[in-house]
Design a protein around this ligand. Sequence first.
Ligand SMILES: Nc1nc2c(ncn2[C@@H]2O[C@H](COP(=O)(O)OP(=O)(O)OP(=O)(O)O)[C@@H](O)[C@H]2O)c(=O)[nH]1
Ligand SMILES: [Mg+2]
Length: 278
Amino acid sequence: MGLFGKIIAKITGAVHTSSAGWDELEISLLESDLGPALSAEIISAARSARAENASEAIISVLRAALSRKNREILQSQSGPTVILVVGVNGTGKTTSVAKLAHYLSEKERTVVMAAGDTFRAAAVDQLRTWGERLDIEVVHGADKADPASVAFDAVQQGLARKADYIIIDTAGRLHNKSDLISELGKVKRVIEKVLPVQEILLVIDATTGQNGLVQAKVFAEAVDVSGIIVTKLDGSARGGIALAIEKGLDIPIKFVGNGEAVTDFAPFDPEIYLPTLL
Ligand SMILES: Nc1nc2c(ncn2[C@@H]2O[C@H](COP(=O)(O)OP(=O)(O)OP(=O)(O)O)[C@@H](O)[C@H]2O)c(=O)[nH]1
Ligand SMILES: [Mg+2]
């Protein structure tokens, strides 16, 4: 029985009260990374719920935690839509750039990807390999090129190609706020000499749990994060982090990754996500 199943069984009396105490259930909620505030709210709603409306009572607490903001990609009014993809190392940025590019090209949109992670040569090769596999153009620079100059070239190329989207990968390092502001700020400023940046998408690895929320806070304070991609939701019992982020920061989750294949990617749909939590 899933976690919420246990809570509902307890409210409806389907399991004996002593078999799972409320404290135990609250700890299980915390373990699923819903965070302390939301976990406490769920337990409080569950304790006062009646048997007949047990699952609605819980669903309504979960629904109230969701951001009301638009989950669609913010579109440029004229010219290509520029999307900057950011996050700490290993969260799945490069893979998500490729997945998003594929998702958009399946919708008959033309995409240019930019290998803005010039920190490691392997990162450029990784994106170029995806580009070859997916038949999507990748703009890259010389070894150790300035990421801002690669982003600038990509935007020029996207304009020349009349691309619908330009998606820019960035290097993932453990950052403090001032490093982030200066590095990403420079990339953004240089791009914006040519085109506005419509989206800054932050990639969060669901398996890092509450640390994901900490990362999201640091990035959101440093740059204008407009949306989140939660990756590695496959094989993770800790998908509650998605709700904790939306409740804590009010940044909409726009996409989710649930595997290593390019097709393991979808727009975030609360109507699918909430029942899977339940
Ligand atoms: N299971 C699973 N693995 C994923 C998912 N997204 C990415 N990965 C894997 O996570 C690892 C890191 O992915 P990358 O895309 O290289 O991550 P990154 O953030 O670009 O890493 P750096 O550039 O080193 O900061 C790779 O092995 C990916 O295949 C996902 O949704 N599910
Ligand atoms: Mg990468």
